[in-house]
Design a binder for this molecule. Structure first.
Ligand code: ADP
Ligand code: MG
Length: 680
């Protein structure tokens, strides 16, 4: 039943000699014992002293050494919060910020949200009493808008600096600047890998504090041939390890929720068939959209005699450390945003990871004992096909959001901004052009009143523009809901394997022929009309938790709308207005029908296709607008609405010329069906 492709270590005899983790090793350590056992612990006093002596400190230490959870506590104990000011710590990932805050609150014996809290987009779990605050890097970026000197902080830790997310990269420049006129602010840049030297140079040769790692050897195995279906290969490898290898937990790296769910279903299916022939295998997923109580389960100690397998996105690569992982399965892929500055197209795609990433992943197997890493790709591929390092986000994604934020902070000269690695010039120019077309910047590149209002919203500039345009089109109620729904979109519809037909039928009932944004609006409004019923969600194959989150996000957005003085008014029967407001923000994302049911983007003639999940998949309207692109086998547009080309001249006169929008070449288009059912 198991694949042969995987080269399992040595002979059976050798396998038997591997020691099982003894009960003593597996026993649950008390919190205090755990804290003392972390590699950072012996360096506690030296670290405090170094922070006292230097304003900026670079900290380098292997993942799991205790940087994120311990350093804020050490500094708190050393008096850095005595005056009531905070210690801040940024995380690139939402999940990590929440999970780590929960852990630290537990270690300190306080209630999460009191002394220890976290803030992520659309969610602030802090209070007046908070002195240790974890937050996403994006959240700190926003805090600069209301508190440009970070006056409420004594210490700021830019953590997981090696991840080099766009926000973290920009924070480097911002905090470096602040450190100059706030000599009392301590700045820590913490990183898991080899970039410490580079960070040190950037921060005027700040000293590097190295925490020696404790790493056990990890044996690495490759497949003999490439795997055609790596999810399936994961399932087989998991079972193979489970059956042939000594106890110890398994960590599997997949690219996203869907893949994780598929893997989980396949695995549970097989396990059921194996029945009691095998030991207990506890399967636990972890990904960004998973509710936090479910996420927390990955940290529960594995019961004696059982084995745990964690199916994770690259959250578990460096941001989260799960103890007792002995086996890592690495298919070698991750999801990434890619931006093409020539076509202006940004899409999410699954790409091969870098060697640095692969090595981080493997390292997760060697924290508590010697481990094994199974790479589901060939040794040749590792050597010749993987890049050495992951390209920093700033060099590969759309900068619209970042540029808007910097402009809102009064930083006008972006070309001379202090970047650790500057973004490509053309990407920067394109971002400026897009913001100009959106009306956020004037032709001198200065922020307009509209731009200032847009910057109030923690969303993409296009989304912000749509929210603001809803004022003119008198449909703010609907746009706010749509925005909230889009922000949790991927996790709204539930599709259990044994009820696919029912689930799909239920989903179709929400379909609106105007497009998917309106279908999402339908879902939300119907749910609201049941007084937010759980039962209703259950009956309609809708994920209740996602809806609850949408409702929270919506509430936040309503608050922000009040801040920019936009009244919440409803215009549900006029979907033209709703769609025009969306178009006012997303006019870049427009495509027209071309041959064979494909679409071409309006400006750059790139081929794109409607995602099969869309309500418009079979309708093929002449002009459509998409919310996002996802590249799998081709460029798929996810969430599309039908629009009219003349709206583009109304909402984006700077960007579109009438000639570009002529339909004359498309005379023989198939007539779209069902349009008469639209309300307008
Ligand atoms: P680093 O930041 O150096 O990678 P961390 O401070 O994140 O290290 O992790 C230190 C220890 O804290 C690890 O052993 C990890 O398992 C544990 N830990 C972190 N978060 C949690 C949590 N939510 N529940 C239980 N243990 C946790
Ligand atoms: Mg960490």
């Amino acid at each position: 039943d198991f694949i042969q492709a995987l080269q399992m270590p040595g002979s059976k005899d050798k396998l038997k000699k591997e020691p099982e983790l003894t009960e003593v090793e597996m026993k649950k350590l008390t919190i205090e014992e755990t804290k003392r056992s972390l590699p950072i612990f012996p360096f506690r006093d030296d670290l405090i002293q170094a922070v006292q002596e230097h304003q900026v400190l670079i900290i380098e230490g292997e993942t799991g050494s205790g940087k994120t959870t311990q350093i804020p506590q050490y500094l708190h104990e050393a008096g850095f919060t005595a005056d009531g000011k905070k210690i801040g710590c940024t995380q690139p990932r939402r999940v990590a910020a929440m999970s780590v805050a929960a852990r630290v609150a537990q270690e300190m014996g306080v209630k999460l949200g009191n002394e220890v809290g976290y803030a992520i987009r659309f969610e602030d779990c802090t209070s007046e009493r908070t002195i240790i605050k974890y937050m996403t890097d994006g959240t700190l970026h926003r805090e600069f808008l209301s508190e440009p000197d970070l006056q409420s902080y004594n210490v700021m830790i830019i953590d997981e600096a090696h991840e080099r997310t766009l926000h973290t990269d920009i924070l480097f420049g911002l905090v470096k600047d602040i450190a100059r006129f706030r000599p009392d602010l301590k700045l820590l840049i913490s990183s898991a890998t080899l970039d410490a030297q580079k960070f040190s140079e950037f921060f005027d040769d700040a000293p590097i504090f190295r925490i020696p790692g404790r790493r056990f050897p990890v044996d690495i195995y490759y497949t003999k041939a490439p795997e055609a279906d790596y999810v399936d290969a994961c399932v087989i490898s998991i079972l193979q390890i489970h059956v042939t290898q000594p106890l110890g937990d398994i960590l599997v790296f997949l690219t996203g929720q869907e893949e994780i769910e598929t893997c989980q279903e396949l695995l549970q299916d097989r396990l059921r068939r194996l029945g009691s022939k095998v030991k207990e295998l506890i399967v636990l997923p972890v990904y960004a959209n998973l509710p936090s109580d479910m996420q927390a389960k990955i940290f529960d100690p594995t019961p004696p005699g059982a084995r745990k397998v964690v199916l994770a996105t690259n959250i578990a690569e460096t941001s989260l450390t799960i103890d007792n992982i002995i086996y890592v399965i690495d298919p070698g892929f991750a999801k990434q945003n890619h931006f093409n500055s020539r076509t202006g197209m940004e899409s999410l795609m699954v790409v091969p990871i870098s060697k640095a990433s692969a090595n981080q992943r493997a390292g997760r197997a060697g924290r508590v004992a010697a481990g094994k890493c199974f790479r589901l790709y060939t040794a040749w591929s590792y050597k010749h096909e993987l890049e050495d390092n992951t390209v920093p986000e700033i060099q590969r994604i759309n900068l619209g959001n970042a540029v808007l934020m910097l402009k809102a902070l009064g930083i006008n000269d972006l070309v001379h901004f202090d970047f650790l690695d500057p973004p490509p010039h053309e990407t920067l120019v394109l971002a400026l052009e897009q913001l100009y077309a959106l009306g956020a910047l004037n032709h001198h590149g200065e922020l307009t009143k509209l731009g200032r209002r847009m910057a109030e919203f923690p969303v993409d500039p296009m989304m912000a523009k749509a929210l603001l345009a809803s004022e003119k089109y008198k449909c703010s109620e609907e746009i706010v809901t749509i925005t909230a729904m889009l922000s949790v979109n991927s996790a709204i519809f539930y599709r259990p394997k044994d009820k696919i037909i029912h689930a799909d039928t239920a989903r179709k009932n929400f379909n609106h022929l105007g497009g998917d944004h309106l279908s999402l609006l339908n879902v939300y409004n119907q749910w609201r009309d049941t007084d937010y019923s759980t039962q209703w969600c259950y009956e309609n194959f809708i994920q209740y938790r996602s809806m609850k989150r949408a409702r929270d996000v919506r509430e936040q957005l309503v608050g922000l709308m009040q801040r920019v003085e936009i009244e919440i008014v409803s215009n549900i029967n006029e979907t033209v207005n709703i769609r025009k407001a969306i178009t006012a923000g997303y006019f870049y994302h427009v495509a027209r029908l071309s041959k064979g049911g494909n679409y071409k983007t309006a400006k750059h003639n790139q081929t794109v296709t409607i995602h099969p999940n869309s309500a418009l998949f079979e309708e093929l309207p002449r002009w459509i607008l998409y919310h996002e692109l996802v590249f799998t086998t081709k460029e798929f547009m996810r969430q599309v609405i039908e629009i009219e080309s003349k709206w583009l001249l109304e909402v984006a006169p700077h960007y579109y010329k009438p000639k570009e929008l002529e339909d004359s070449t498309n005379k023989k288009m198939p007539k779209t069906i069902g349009r008469t059912t639209m309300t307008d």
